[in-house]
Design a protein. Structure first.
Length: 449
């Protein structure tokens, strides 16, 4: 979804306010009167501040994402303010470090609300993207950069130099010779988006990028964009993870061949061409077409879980490695194979507030990932429990050496129920289990490429 269509340039401003409450009020005054005429702005401000007291809307990198659902005609209204000096709010340092405040008002009838909130968070959690916005030389540049970051079109893509043009031509020959149906490029190879309109004719063109903002292309340039957050530094693991996401979204078919092209991040130089036969690469999880995703699980939910798992695997928690287990889908059957190890930290919260798609759940999930037991998550993203013991039947299958009880539990529950288990090992490996079959997404590398 292109998010720029919900934001007009007139609602992208440099804030005059120096405290958080006044800054929110300033942004509310930019919102169209006729759209929120049934609401008193003072009541809206009070509601936003009340939410702030319950759970901060500050993201990393000096960004706040205050949000509220209200009855209104439009699906969404965005208003954004830049505050290079930060703001004051109850003496808390995290507000003094704010540089951007992104206000989101959503209709209470919009079912895609959490998806939009998550998409915005992906853009605003990219430190390079935020720095570019905050350091814009003037208001016009700030407005233009933000609209592009939210999916707006560029005037034109970046130029392709002679060497990269040669790699593109060879990749096209290889793709034709290998009977590939799609070409996938690691977009973080380039510092600026590259226009692929005149490349790879006759192939579906897929771009893999670290965030929505890092990958903006004109719609005619690529057929699909797969956005990611933290991936392993191994490019082959990154490609595998991106292809997996593409499979769950229906971008790829299980019997496709994909030609993948990439290079070192920000090097502006392509150096790798890989052909992936999806049926052979993922044969362990394919028993039939579409088997990779249980019917109860939304693709965006599994994608979000995988993203958090990859971040934990690469970054750990407070500098320490983390092992954890996520079980998603078929929650009613899964409940018959679990018992609590600790008091359920998610008990009693509204479903929207404990949905994995809610970006403000990230820190909570990461913090709780260090406790023993599994996260049990419904297919729509609602977290049912954490610190949960899995006691699914043992079917005496063999796992590779070095994998312990967490992997055994993930394999067992994925065979006993129609779910997917995502396991993070303390060594930094992320493994998916489906119907008892194992699919490594990233593996700990001794010498990363």
């Amino acid at each position: 979804m292109r998010l720029d269509r919900f934001l007009a340039k007139s609602r992208i401003v440099d804030l005059e306010s120096t405290d958080y409450s006044s800054a929110l009020d300033e942004l509310l005054h930019l919102c169209p009167l006729k759209t929120i005429k049934s609401h008193n702005r003072d009541d809206l401000l009070e509601g936003l501040l009340e939410r702030e007291k319950t759970m901060t809307t500050c993201l990393d990198n000096g960004v706040a994402l205050p949000h509220m659902r209200i009855s209104m005609k439009r699906p969404y209204i965005f208003a954004v303010g830049r505050c290079p000096q930060g703001v004051e709010y109850e003496g808390m340092a995290e507000y003094r470090d704010l540089r951007l405040i992104f206000l989101l008002l959503a209709s209470d009838q919009e079912k895609s609300y959490l998806n939009v909130l998550a998409s915005l968070a992906r853009v605003l959690q990219d430190p390079i993207q935020v720095s570019s916005l905050v350091e814009s030389p003037d208001l016009k540049a700030f407005q233009d950069r933000l609209l592009v970051a939210l999916g707006g079109p560029l005037a034109r893509g970046g130029r392709i130099n002679k060497f990269n043009r040669l790699i593109f031509k060879e990749a096209e020959k290889i793709a034709k010779g290998a009977d590939c149906s799609a070409v996938m490029m690691l977009g973080d190879t380039f510092e600026e988006p590259v226009d692929l309109e005149h490349c790879f004719h006759g192939f579906k063109k897929i771009l893999v990028v670290p965030s929505v903002g890092g990958a903006t292309q004109e719609s005619k340039s690529v057929d699909a964009v797969i956005t990611t957050r933290s991936f392993s530094h191994q490019r082959l693991s990154a490609l595998r993870s991106a292809i997996f996401i593409g499979l769950t979204r229906g971008i790829f078919k299980y019997n496709d061949r994909v030609c993948c092209v990439g290079g070192l991040p920000k090097s502006n130089r392509l150096d790798t061409i890989v052909v992936v036969d999806l049926e052979k690469e993922f044969q362990s999880v394919f028993m039939r077409q579409g088997n990779i995703l249980p019917p109860s699980v939304k693709p965006e939910v599994l994608e979000r879980i995988v993203a958090i798992a990859l971040e934990l695997a690469v970054e750990g928690r407070e500098g320490k490695p983390i092992g954890s287990l996520f079980v998603v889908g078929d929650s009613e059957q899964v409940k018959t194979h679990i018992k609590p190890l600790v008091l359920n930290p998610f008990y009693g919260y509204k479903e929207e507030d404990r949905n994995i798609l809610n970006p403000f759940m990230d820190e909570t999930v990461k913090e709780l990932s260090s406790i023993d037991g599994a996260f049990v998550i419904r297919g729509d993203g609602v977290i049912e429990s954490a610190g949960t013991y899995i006691h699914a039947p043992d079917h005496h299958y063999e796992l590779p050496g070095g994998l312990g009880t967490r992997h055994s539990a993930g394999a067992a529950v994925s065979l006993a129920t129609d779910c997917i288990a995502v396991v993070i090992s303390s060594s930094g490996q992320v493994t998916l289990f489906r119907r008892g079959k194992m699919l490594p997404l990233i593996e700990k590398a001794r010498n990363p490429l």
